[in-house]
Design a binder for this molecule. Structure first.
Ligand code: SAH
Ligand code: DHB
Ligand code: MG
Length: 215
């Protein structure tokens, strides 16, 4: 198993190949380009174009109409998710940093998605309870503080419908998933919780993307 897993983990794609396929399949229009190009002082830590496109297509495949995101940054992944849900979709996206939240609202407005995406400013743990009234959800995407993933996932599993999608970015924890310490054990607890309650996989994107379908 370990041998097979590591053999499959060998890289066949150069940076040039990855850029090429992202350009062909996941190119940016003006709305996505604006949310991807953050101003100085804002960290450029959004999902990559191919991962964003994957989120969009998963939302569409899953027929998602109501979704929650924890960690908005500048709205790049939110725009993908909302586009995947189509005009009947509604996304609540939670962002702790007030500057990021304001930037995201601006980018979301420029992308014409203000009616579909609501950015709620605050900590995930504080804001999630206020969204319970909109449950059941079809999709929850976790991409904020990594220590929070187990609690966010527990909330998600209570408020997603059976068949709903639970997604988590940075599932390899920047390469530290198997390290000692609180952040790594939190991320492992997240993996184990998702696997115990969902049909799940960790997609080997550059930093891992967990996908679970709630049983
Ligand atoms: N999902 C975005 C990227 C999010 S980056 C995209 O792909 O486009 C992570 C974001 O989580 C940052 O903007 C950070 O400010 C925010 N964040 C950190 N801790 C948080 C918390 N406890 N609650 C909500 N947001 C948090
Ligand atoms: C960080 C957070 C992310 O969600 C990510 O995808 C990359 C980096 C960070 O906090 O540094
Ligand atoms: Mg991330």
């Amino acid at each position: 198993m370990a041998d097979q897993a590591s053999r499959q983990g060998e890289r066949y794609a150069s940076a040039e190949i990855l850029d090429y396929v992202a350009r062909i399949h996941a190119g940016h229009d003006a709305g996505l380009a604006r949310a991807f190009a953050v101003p100085e002082g804002v960290p450029s830590i959004m999902v990559g174009p191919s991962e964003g496109r994957l989120l969009q297509l998963l939302a569409r495949l899953g027929g998602a109409r109501k979704a929650v995101e924890v960690g908005t940054l500048a709205g790049y992944s939110a725009i993908h998710l909302a586009r995947g849900m189509g005009p009947l979709g509604r996304l609540w996206s939670i962002e702790y940093d007030a500057g990021h939240a304001a930037l995201a609202r601006d980018n979301i407005a420029a992308a014409g998605l203000s009616a579909q995406i609501e950015v709620r400013q605050g900590r995930g743990a504080d804001v999630l309870p206020s969204l319970s009234q909109h449950a059941p959800f079809d999709l929850v995407f976790l991409d904020a503080d990594k220590e929070g993933y187990p609690d966010y996932a527990a909330w998600a599993l209570e408020h997603l419908r059976p068949g709903g999608l639970l997604l988590g970015d940075n599932a390899f924890l920047f390469g530290d998933l198997l390290a000692e310490g609180g952040r790594a054990s939190a991320m492992r607890a997240f993996h184990e919780l998702v696997a115990s309650r969902c049909d799940s996989v960790c997609i080997p994107t550059p930093d891992g993307l967990v996908l679970g379908i709630v049983r």
